[in-house]
Ligand binder design. Structure first.
Ligand SMILES: Cc1cc2nc3c(=O)[nH]c(=O)nc-3n(C[C@H](O)[C@H](O)[C@H](O)COP(=O)(O)O)c2cc1C
Length: 94
């Protein structure tokens, strides 16, 4: 499997691990941080030189309710679908 697909698969798996605690009200955070690059950390985790550490998943109990962050408007990053969904769906199934 290409490396890019392996990294994407790890990202998808990590998000699946982070969503349930979020829904249950726990704090959760994905951080790569400087520890990920430390030789001793890699040794302690038994990582081979061919393996990549993509970060740590932290779980916590918030002391107080967190407020939603202000998000960027999605407009610069998304555009409206203008094609025919019906025709595309048929094409993709072929
Ligand atoms: C692979 C990966 C590594 C990350 N490493 C860090 C990190 O080292 N430090 C950090 O502050 N945020 C890091 N983040 C970002 C946080 O996990 C989080 O997405 C960001 O703080 C925004 O959080 P929010 O979308 O819940 O507001 C990383 C995210 C990913 C996907």
């Amino acid at each position: 499997m290409p490396k890019s697909e392996q990294v994407i698969a790890v990202g998808a798996a990590a998000m699946k691990m982070l969503n349930p605690p979020h829904l249950l009200g726990y704090g959760r955070f994905w951080a790569k941080g400087l520890n990920s690059y430390e030789r001793n950390v890699r040794l302690a985790l038994g990582l081979q030189s061919t393996e990549r550490l993509l970060g740590f998943l932290y779980l916590s109990t918030p002391k107080e309710a967190t407020q939603p962050l202000e998000r960027h408007a999605p407009d610069p990053f998304v555009r409206k679908w203008t094609g025919s969904a019906k025709r595309e769906a048929t094409t993709n199934l072929a």
